[in-house]
Design a protein around this ligand. Structure first.
Ligand code: AMP
Length: 289
């Protein structure tokens, strides 16, 4: 436990349970913000919303090995617990849960949570096993912290939809709160992975948010063909030589199924590899009459 600051940093499940038990005895409500750390204003907005809506806020900081593929950036994922602790404390959080992988996954670990259907699209297709890792760790965090509410960003729109489905299907008594995407002033969605970008790549990455805003405008102006909007976004992103599109899709916002005609609750999501440095995602959601 870090005694130097007002916020407590603990690494064991037992310490979290003791903390939450004491809060419950005083009748306090508990909010949870699950993160992988290297926190920025996007995470901060989730923490502040939790602080506003709950008596106590727990932030988990855990780079979850199970949600990374064998060729992904688990080892190089940025980490800075000291800066994260300051951000959490300033935002009003009360406890950081920062476990070692061995605390979360014992050698004989054998249980997984799979959400089907919604995960057969977008990042679920490009990152096999990713959502199994996410759903398993989030279920564990829910069981450890037993929060009243848990906060997730719309930045990871498919993740938010998958978690909502999981909570409904498995009767988890937790309210899932979605929070809007926080962007840099110039429009780039904030991400811990933006740190991988060289200044040149960072500059060119603006094409991603610009392209999806352009797609959104096409829909606002009346375009209803998903294929046309997708193609326009792809063409725009491809004007940069260092963008390697993973996917550009328009799907039903609940089921994540591809749609031809844009109507109802839709999600337009993109994933792009930038100069081999980073895989960035961005999206917009819309309700179209
Ligand atoms: P991560 O640490 O990347 O796993 O993200 C932890 C949580 O913060 C997830 O629910 C993300 O969707 C959310 N988040 C990350 N970046 C942003 C952002 N730019 N705006 C809003 N939420 C975000």
């Amino acid at each position: 436990m870090n005694e130097l600051s007002n916020i407590k940093v603990v690494g064991t499940v037992e310490a979290v349970r003791d903390f939450v038990k004491a809060c419950r005895k005083e009748g306090k409500s508990v909010g949870l913000v699950p993160t992988m750390g290297y926190l920025h204003e996007g995470h901060e907005s989730l923490i502040k919303k939790s602080v506003a809506e709950n008596d106590v806020t727990v932030v988990s900081i855990f780079v979850n090995p199970m949600q990374f593929g064998p060729k992904e950036d688990l080892a190089s994922y940025p980490r800075d617990l000291e800066a994260d602790t300051k951000l959490c404390e300033n935002a009003g959080a009360n406890l950081i849960f920062h476990p070692e992988p061995s605390e979360m996954y014992h050698d004989d670990f054998a249980s997984y949570v799979d959400v089907n259907g919604l995960t057969n699209a977008l990042c679920g297709l490009s990152r096999p096993g990713h959502f199994r890792g996410v759903c398993t760790v989030v279920t564990k965090l829910f069981n450890i912290v037993t929060p009243d509410r848990a906060y997730f960003g719309e930045k990871d729109a498919q993740q938010l939809a998958v978690i909502k489905r999981m909570v409904a299907d498995l009767n988890m008594d937790i309210k899932i709160v979605g929070c809007p995407i926080i962007r840099e002033e110039d429009g780039l969605a904030k991400s811990s992975r933006n740190t991988y970008l060289s200044p040149m790549s960072r500059n060119e990455s603006l094409i991603i948010s610009k392209s999806i805003f352009m797609g959104k405008k096409m829909i606002e102006d009346g375009e209803r063909s998903a294929a046309k909007v997708i193609q326009a976004i792809k063409d725009n992103i491809n004007t940069s030589a260092i963008m390697d599109i993973d996917y550009v899709e328009i799907v039903n916002g609940l089921t994540m199924e591809s749609i031809e005609e844009i109507k109802g609750d839709i999600l337009c999501a993109v994933a792009v590899r930038v100069n081999g440095d980073a895989r960035l995602i961005d999206n917009f959601m819309m309700t179209v009459e």
